[in-house]
Structures are given as structure tokens and as C-alpha cells.
Design a protein around this ligand. Structure first.
Ligand code: E4P
Length: 214
């Protein structure tokens, strides 16, 4: 399973690099807005830090605009993945990018049928939003399970990128189901390290070491 960090904040990405297990980065217009910088500038910095897939989202809502914008973003670096919304225009643009060997991440996916459309048009990644489904009382990880089954039924190679993960249990459940990638905010990655018995155990080891080395 690959881990991506869902952020545009460079300090968080530098920490992710130091941890060593973060394989890529996802951003979206809301995350870029938090940085107060242009998307192109943020992406140019990120590609220098993490050598892996970096998703950058188009703002255009029409197919031609998405293609123009995405093609410009793709010029920044080979690792840039063009993030497209799951609309008619986004799915159509996805086909253009896959025909032109440019990687895509189809985002804002909330159903297995939507995921099928992205897979049929050659999307590199499909991003089902687990937390936002949970927010409206629908089982978000249930959607990951449905997409896993559909893709396995037909051998689609589009990678399932579990997104909108809000806590460590979301990550565990998506891993158990077999998502290919989990993208997480910095705060959720920090939760993955934590177990109270680790802290208690370490405290005791250090106390015992101190006693025997007086
Ligand atoms: C994924 O690519 C999205 O940027 C992100 O996971 C959305 O998460 P949110 O629903 O917590 O905003």
C-alpha cells in the first residue's frame, strides 16, 4: 500500500520526507488556498522534495480548459498527476490525458459507477472520498470495498486512492479492504504512530535503564 500526504504545506512535506514512508502528495484547490501561494509555485517546490506522484487539480470546468490547464501543469515535472473532477468534462478530459500518457487522478468520487467511468477512460488513480460519505451517514469504506470488487472483477488497473481519510481507523479499514493508496492529512499520519502501550513501555524501559546505570 502506498501512502500519500494530503497537503500543500511545505514544512509538512519536509517532515514526511524525513519519515521515509510517504510515497507521494495530493493537493486540492482548498489546500493550495491555505498556502497563500499559486498552485504552480507550490507544486514546483513539492516535486523537489518527494520523488513520487504529486497530484495537482485543474480549476477549469470544461473539457478544453481542463486539457489546457492540465497540460501546463504536467510540464512542471514527470511526477505531476493531473487531478480532474468526476464530471462529464473531467471524465472526457481523463481519456485525452491517458491517450497522451499523462497520469490522472479522478477526484470527488462518491459511487462505484463513477469509479467505473474513470477506470474505463484509463485513469491512473480514482479518489473515493471516505470521510465526506461518512459525514452524510453513508459508509465511506463500504464504497472502497465496492470499487475494489468491481475493479478486480474486470482487471481494471486504475489504482484506488482512498481519500478524505479523517482518522487512523479509516486508514486501517481501507488497508484491510485493499485500497492501493491512502492519502492522509499530516494529523492523521501522526495518529498512525500512536499507541498508549508504546509510550508506557518506553517510559518503563528508560526508567529501568536509568536505575541500572546509576
Ligand atoms: C483528496 O485528494 C482530497 O484532497 C482530500 O482527501 C479531501 O479530504 P477532505 O474531505 O477532508 O477535505
Amino acid at each position: 500500500m502506498q501512502f500519500f500526504i494530503d497537503t500543500g504545506i511545505i514544512e509538512e512535506i519536509n517532515q514526511a520526507k524525513e519519515w521515509g514512508f510517504v510515497d507521494g502528495v495530493t493537493t486540492n484547490p482548498s489546500l493550495i488556498a491555505q498556502t497563500g501561494r499559486s498552485q504552480a509555485d507550490v507544486i514546483k517546490d513539492i516535486v523537489k522534495i518527494i520523488d513520487g506522484p504529486i497530484s495537482a487539480e485543474v480549476i477549469s470546468t470544461d473539457r478544453e480548459g481542463m486539457i489546457k490547464e492540465g497540460a501546463e501543469l504536467a510540464k512542471i515535472h514527470d511526477n505531476v498527476v493531473i487531478k480532474l473532477p468526476l464530471t462529464e468534462a473531467g471524465i472526457s478530459a481523463c481519456k485525452w490525458f491517458s491517450d497522451n500518457n499523462i497520469k490522472t487522478n479522478v477526484t470527488l468520487c462518491f459511487s462505484a459507477n463513477q469509479a467505473l467511468l474513470a477506470a474505463k477512460n484509463g485513469a491512473t488513480y480514482i479518489s473515493p472520498f471516505v470521510g465526506r460519505l461518512d459525514d452524510i451517514g453513508v459508509d465511506g469504506n463500504g464504497l472502497i470495498a465496492e470499487i475494489r470488487q468491481v475493479f478486480d472483477n474486470y482487471g481494471f488497473t486504475t489504482k484506488i486512492l482512498a481519500a478524505s481519510l479523517r482518522h487512523a481507523d479509516h486508514v486501517k479499514q481501507s488497508a484491510l479492504i485493499g485500497a492501493d493508496v491512502a492519502t492522509m492529512p499530516f494529523s492523521v499520519i501522526k495518529q498512525l504512530f500512536k499507541h498508549p502501550l508504546t509510550d508506557i513501555g518506553l517510559e518503563k524501559f528508560l526508567a529501568d535503564h536509568a536505575k541500572s546505570n546509576k
